[in-house]
Design a protein around this ligand. Structure first.
Ligand code: FNR
Length: 186
């Protein structure tokens, strides 16, 4: 059986990001036969339709291709002012434009992490709403919202919360099942 390929996108550009660290935990927790690659969106320019009309920037083309070649996409979003972060919205806007919009019909899943108590819940629901525009297929459950993140990651960014690690593992497994269902495989 061929490898199931997940592309992961973090909405935080900072080195010590809890969201990016959660994606690294997902890489560790992925079962055999599932690979998770973390994309780079920090080199995307600010969205400008004039630029797009001339040509997609190389950085954007790279990630659009990575998405197109993946079986599913896993997003990790911080919550900035009750919504997704500007870097994630910017990347999403670049990714969402024609032709061959790569999130079309793509199975997607969301993790969010926040220093606050409710773990980026509001950002998750905004991101879920954005998937309507791209006609992607978000996984409903399990919901992975990592609140109080500062106490759950160590100084090296290792995710130490046993319940959260279990949930991430379940999320990856559910995403594979969901993707296979969408493709008509059981
Ligand atoms: C935040 N933060 C935040 N947290 C939250 O729970 N709800 C919010 O609305 C906001 N708003 C917000 C706005 C801006 C501009 C910043 C920079 C931060 C805190 C944020 O969740 C926290 O910094 C996380 O650690 C960011 O995620 P990363 O960078 O650790 O992945």
């Amino acid at each position: 059986m061929s490898e199931f390929r997940i592309l992961a996108i973090s909405g935080s550009l900072r080195k010590g990001s809890f969201n990016t660290a959660a994606l690294r935990a997902a890489q560790e927790l992925a079962p055999p036969g599932v690979s998770i690659e973390i994309a780079e969106i920090g080199d995307f320019p600010m969205y400008n339709d004039d630029i797009r009309e001339k040509a997609y920037p190389e950085s954007v083309t790279r990630v659009r291709k990575q998405i197109a070649e993946s079986d599913a996409v896993l997003f990790a979003t911080p919550e900035y002012n009750y919504s997704v972060s500007a870097p994630l919205k910017n990347a999403f806007d670049w990714i969402s434009r024609p032709p061959n919009q790569p999130l079309m019909n793509k199975p997607v899943a969301i993790i969010s992490a926040s220093a606050g108590p409710i773990g980026g819940t509001r950002a998750q629901y905004h991101l879920r709403h954005m998937f309507v525009a791209t006609n992607s297929h978000p996984l409903n459950n399990p919901q992975v919202m990592i609140g109080g993140a500062a106490s759950k990651f160590d100084e090296n960014g290792k995710f130490n919360d046993a319940v959260g690690r279990e949930l991430i593992q379940q999320l990856i497994e559910a995403l594979v099942i969901w993707s296979n269902k969408l493709r008509g495989k059981s």
